[in-house]
Design a protein around this ligand. Structure first.
Ligand SMILES: [Zn+2]
Length: 688
């Protein structure tokens, strides 16, 4: 271990991991040594001859496991965004061991006795509010991890956790492989009609990267819908790409159906063991939503407006398809999912009279980053950003920025990893390498990951407005991590419930379309000219377009997630029944509408079968209610001002989980959440 890069805290600024010194062979020894060290520390705490105090138990736990934390955090972050076969092997071996390690701590009777004793006399401990919250969270975590179970039940729980850990790893790796393998190879460039030269160049580059000569490759994105379907005029190719997307995880070595049925069965069994009706009840108890019923109610509340609008959108599209067929004197056809975005884009062009090619030059990555994301963060919170090219990165595309606070003091490091790679998981996300905490004297190091197709060398990176919004979204998570100002590491930054964590990110999306911000970043990269006001007005109006589809595909996925996690272990379906189960769940909830498939089908729904979002996919919509309410608050308080930004920072963004998140929101907003601003924002309110 002596020359292992994780052996000691990093000496780089902000304890940035020494990416240039980390080798694949370093992870496993560091994680294993970290687990041993952590267990020794925890045993010392559990068997301390002194009676339990807040300091010698809870604070001591907060200080423990630092080697493990350094190594495992870097490993899992990099395994998501820059993996290779050796890292995947480490993941397969380490995931069940890490699960067992967690269990060894949370199921330790001596440690539990101390935590419980402190919790029972919490009123007499004279703790400050943050410390009391920390004690409460530890107690809850122990109970939910099974600390109260009898010894043989604990044994069974350990077994279930280990099996689940292996299965979710298998699921993730299957999706990654099926997505890469599912890329569609095109032999003739004429088939790519409708793509821009930059998009065709990217497809040629993707083919070259796979060693294919004179071919073009359309790589798949993680969602059911594939962005390029909006542009491709060749209907057969659209269908081929769509089918490649939905067929992922259905056959061969990456068939995920058996993995799914085992996962849901074991989760149901674990929930029963812990005393819950089902996995959803277990998960939701610790979320803002509280119960599966509350989630089902929210889906039911939004469904009619989403369905109604989706049907209207489909009717507009069908009219266009019919008209075009009649004009050409060919038979028309019924709208299919692979037609939707292609024709929706044309409806959008007719209605708002602009197309992506017209706006693309105004959404160039550097402008969006500096004059959009960084600009809004400066106006609202006083932050400023300076690129640090002297710091090591794990991949040449990755960039590091040092962030200074309003008073000029160093606040955080921000890592921007924006381009798609075959060895990167799909979608977009934020993660943290170092969590802010006063106790450990640490300032945050956070990262944003997106999958923007990388253009050929020398070409500008031109984004769609959706990608711009995605950048603001992930940056909202980053800001939540960077503005954290708490004492204890485990209450820091984004360590909040899942149905709250998407609140700061979705709130931050609003700045992407706020006129004062767009006017600042949307400049033609060639001339510097601002976007003409009439085009900007159209882009903003069009941002409410197609929200019937977007909302419906999302709540369908949320419903599928909920249904999988309401079953009991005795009634888990067979692998061949997976598609049928999903269809029945949608039908039962009145959400079945074939032109609008779920945003993810079960077979590649990594959020719920590999990530941490099981029974939690609804969380985005739940959080969005808070986000849109906050948008309304800004607009009724004078918009984008430092004073408003500081208020949100002080009351929510800096607070991590030092208080019940619902209380943080209520104190800020002045009342309970209200669904109307969300419907308004999505253009689904009333008859609009
Ligand atoms: Zn997010």
């Amino acid at each position: 271990m002596t020359d292992n890069p994780f052996a000691r805290p990093s000496t780089l600024p902000f304890e940035l991991p020494p990416f240039d010194r980390i080798h694949d062979s370093d992870y496993q020894p560091a994680i294993e040594a970290g687990m041993r060290q952590h267990l020794e520390e925890v045993r010392g705490i559990a068997h301390n001859p002194q009676p339990a105090t807040f300091d010698n138990t809870i604070v001591a736990l907060e200080r423990s496991g630092q080697l493990l934390d350094r190594a495992a955090t870097a490993f899992f972050n990099l395994n998501s965004c820059n993996t290779d076969p050796q890292m995947q092997q480490v993941e397969r071996e380490m995931a069940p061991k890490l699960t067992a390690h967690q269990d060894a701590i949370y199921l330790d009777p001596a440690l539990w006795a101390r935590v419980d004793a402190l919790y029972q006399k919490r009123a007499s401990l004279k703790l400050d509010p943050e410390s009391l919250q920390l004690l409460t969270r530890y107690h809850t975590r122990f109970v939910r991890a099974g600390a109260r179970l009898a010894p043989q039940e604990k044994e069974r729980l350990r077994g279930l956790n280990t099996q689940l850990s292996s299965l979710t790893t298998t699921f993730r790796q299957n999706v990654l492989k099926a997505t890469a393998d599912g890329a569609v190879v095109v032999d003739n460039v004429a088939e790519l009609d409708g793509l821009t030269p930059v998009q065709i160049g990217a497809a040629a580059q993707a083919a070259a990267a796979r060693g294919l000569k004179d071919k073009w490759v359309i790589a798949l994105q993680n969602t059911t819908q594939q962005p390029l379907l909006a542009n491709l005029t060749n209907r057969k190719l659209r269908e081929r790409i769509y089918r490649a997307s939905v067929d992922r995880g259905l056959s061969g070595a990456t068939d995920n159906r058996g993995v799914i049925t085992q996962i849901v069965q074991l989760r149901a069994e674990r929930a029963a063991l812990l005393g819950y009706a089902d996995h959803a009840a277990y998960v939701l108890e610790d979320e803002s939503a509280g119960t599966p019923q509350a989630v089902a109610d929210m889906i039911r509340q939004v469904a009619p407006a989403a369905l109604k609008r989706a049907h209207e959108e489909a009717a507009d599209i069908q009219k266009l398809i019919d008209a075009q067929a009649a004009a050409r004197g060919v038979p028309s056809f019924a709208l299919q999912p692979w037609d939707w975005t292609f024709y929706a884009d044309q409806v959008r062009q007719q209605r708002y009279a602009f197309d992506q090619a017209q706006v693309a030059p105004y959404f160039e990555l550097e402008h969006v980053l500096h004059d959009g994301l960084f600009y809004a963060a400066h106006e609202l919170y006083g932050l400023s950003f300076k690129e640090r090219k002297d710091l090591p990165v794990y991949q040449p595309d990755v960039r590091v920025f040092e962030v200074a606070d309003a008073d000029g003091k160093p606040l955080a490091l921000f890592i921007a990893d924006y381009f798609a790679r075959d060895n990167k998981e799909g979608g977009a996300w934020m993660n943290s390498y170092v969590d802010q905490s006063e106790l450990l004297g640490r300032r945050p190091v956070v990262a944003n990951h997106l999958n923007i197709p990388k253009p050929q060398a020398g070409q500008p990176v031109l984004l769609t407005f959706d990608e711009v919004t995605g950048m603001f979204h992930e940056f909202g998570h980053a800001i939540h991590g960077m503005l954290s100002n708490v004492h204890y590491p485990s209450l820091s930054g984004t360590a909040v419930p899942r149905d709250f964590v998407e609140y700061p990110s979705q709130y931050n999306e609003m700045w992407a379309r706020e006129p004062k911000v767009v006017e600042h970043y949307a400049h033609d990269y060639r001339t510097g000219a601002p976007m003409p006001p009439e085009l900007l007005a159209k882009v903003l109006a069009a941002s409410k377009f197609n929200q019937g589809y977007a909302t419906l595909e999302y709540i369908e996925a949320a419903q599928v997630d909920l249904a999988w996690h309401l079953i009991d272990a005795a009634h888990a379906p067979q692998p061949v029944q997976v598609a049928g189960f999903e269809a029945a769940a949608l039908k039962q909830a009145g959400l079945e509408y074939p032109p609008v498939p779920p945003r993810y089908h079960s077979d590649y729904f990594s959020h719920i079968f590999a990530g941490g979002y099981s029974a939690g996919y609804y969380a985005y919509l739940w959080s969005e209610v808070l986000a849109r309410d906050t948008g309304q608050w800004f607009h009724t308080h004078g918009g984008m001002t430092r004073e408003n930004g500081q208020t949100l920072r002080r009351m929510v963004l800096s607070r991590g989980r030092t208080e019940d998140p619902q209380v943080l929101f209520r104190n800020f907003y002045g009342r309970a959440p209200d669904i109307e601003p969300l419907l308004e924002y999505r253009g689904l309110a009333g008859g609009s």
